[in-house]
Design a protein around this ligand. Structure first.
Ligand SMILES: NC(=O)c1ccc[n+]([C@@H]2O[C@H](COP(=O)([O-])OP(=O)(O)OC[C@H]3O[C@@H](n4cnc5c(N)ncnc54)[C@H](O)[C@@H]3O)[C@@H](O)[C@H]2O)c1
Length: 254
């Protein structure tokens, strides 16, 4: 496949880059010649993905990072800047979920979902944006979810965090457009990742129903989601900002 010439020599940081969609994004960017910083709570997985990226002929860096902690994110961003000298692309893919009816959830779970899925995005954007502003441009792609557009049973609080990511993406896009920075979101439907396999245990019926409700009648592959992220991050999307692109086989059309 031909690579996107415009992406070559760029530098990306991918949170949650050690697994699933984040891993697929890091490797898809590496395939385009982008130098990648792979940030993840699971340091050994980040190292594995960084090694895979290096195998594609690009420089890559593994960053142990907890997106719940502002200081951890700031440290990782500084390390990436020290290694690569700049940051053109931020992809926020770190995320977590648990299936339970809202009435069976407790505040500890709400706090965890908000800390990882929403505040994690805030920490990453806060740490990266000053550098993008100073360099006169950059792009951010946040992983939302179709759950954040239309809601999803058993994922009420998760849906709320993803709705927050969508609203934040749009508001931030308005604020930073003047600096040449674009901010968009990709909203996957059910995607074949380790997270989904964990969630599916004991809830097989729910996931079968989601696939039945999907016009294309299957799960997304993480690589299919990554294609949309790479497009939005690339200069080919140069006039696209504040948008949410669903990659869900038609599950939601809004
Ligand atoms: N898989 C799906 O069906 C699906 C659907 C819609 C949206 N999403 C979203 O896509 C993103 C990626 O999900 P995935 O399915 O690839 O999951 P995954 O579990 O395979 O990967 C998520 C990665 O995030 C990392 N992570 C979790 N908490 C972290 C923290 N505090 N700090 C740093 N890293 C942390 C994990 O270690 C893991 O490597 C998430 O935001 C998720 O909500 C997934």
């Amino acid at each position: 496949m031909e690579t996107l010439k415009e992406l070559k020599e760029m530098v990306a940081l991918v949170t949650g880059g050690g697994s699933g969609i984040g891993r697929a994004v890091a490797l898809a960017l590496a395939r385009e010649g982008v130098r990648v910083a792979v940030a993840d709570l699971q340091a050994e997985k980040a190292i594995q993905v960084a090694e895979e990226a290096k195998g594609m002929g690009v420089e890559a860096l593994a960053l142990p990072m907890d997106v719940r902690q502002g200081a951890s994110v700031a440290r990782g961003v500084e390390e990436a800047l020290g290694a690569f000298g700049k940051l053109d692309i931020l992809v926020c893919a770190a995320g977590t979920d648990r299936i339970a009816p809202f009435l069976e959830t407790d505040e500890a779970l709400w706090d965890e979902l908000i800390a990882v899925n929403y505040k994690g995005v805030l920490h990453a954007c806060k740490a990266v944006l000053p550098h993008m502003v100073a360099q006169g441009g950059g792009t951010i792609v946040n992983l939302a979810s179709d759950a954040g557009r239309v809601g999803s049973s058993g994922e009420a609080v998760y849906s709320g965090t993803k709705g927050a990511v969508i609203a934040f993406t749009k508001a931030l896009a308005r604020e930073v457009a003047r600096y040449g920075i674009r901010v968009n979101a990709v909203a996957p439907g059910p995607t074949d990742t380790p997270l989904l396999h964990r969630l599916r245990q004991g809830h097989e019926g729910l996931f079968e129903a989601m696939v039945r409700a999907t016009p294309m009648r299957r799960l997304a592959q993480p690589e299919e989601v990554a294609e949309a992220v790479v497009f939005l991050a690339s200069p080919r999307a140069s006039f696209i900002t504040g948008q949410v692109l669903s990659v869900s086989g038609g599950l939601t059309m809004c």
